[in-house]
Write a new protein. Sequence first.
Length: 297
Amino acid sequence: MNKKEIYHKLLNFIQDLIFLKFRFKQRNLYEKLLLNRKFKDLHLGERCFILGNGPSLRNQDLSLLSDEYVFTVNQIMRHPDFEKIRTNYHFWADPMFFEIDENRQEDLELLEVMKNLNTQNNKPECFFPIDQSSFISKYKLDEFLQVNYYRSKYVFHDNYSRKIDYTKITPGFGTVVQWAITMAIYMGFKEIYMLGCDNTGIIVTINSVLKENTDMDYAYQVSENEKKRMENLLDKQTLEDYCISYTDTLAGYRRLYNYCLERKIKLVNCSAKSVIDTIPREKFENVISREKHNETI
């Protein structure tokens, strides 16, 4: 065990101590975490698909997922075929989505996008950081959405061995897709397939710095308001900050693959185009044509 790993384990131990205080001082929030027990091993032995928002998703037939268990993230509701997916679970994680200025039209538009997660025939479970519970209450999102919370404070380091437990503390990550993967693990899925996880976010960031946003940066067309909102956020951080975060995100995928491998969970990247080179690749069409497995662990 090297010094860095020892340091990270120490940080996680400190988070355990902080969590004890959280349990007693913020009992109402702690009880919200306990509600996640209903998701433990809910899909034992089954398979799921986790969708990122990469541009490669534009060329996929999303209607093929209508009978699958699906996780979605962030603003995929903007995708014209979103209703065809019939998503089961949706994750938000990045703090930038909760920095709302009611005087800016682009921020108000984002709130409406959040509410559009529910479609006429589908109302998925939605997950937010528990630190944003006051945000949810302020904008009454819990009146529209099936809201659940999670608390992410652990460092997900090399050789991380703790069990994923969404009633307690979970690891934090550099991209929301990685939270979805850990929830899939918690739910007992045996096969986890990633789709639209191009991980080309660094290109999007560079384009924003150059003021050259294109409609091909995401799986959906980005509105003018959303482009403006992203430019405002970039003013708060440097490109160097984003590059450091990008490297951590790539390392997170490698660590998650190793974590799954040790637990005999199949993690596969089915994205048509992707820079993630530490997770095995497979064609989406091949996977979707196979019969579902339902083996108990």
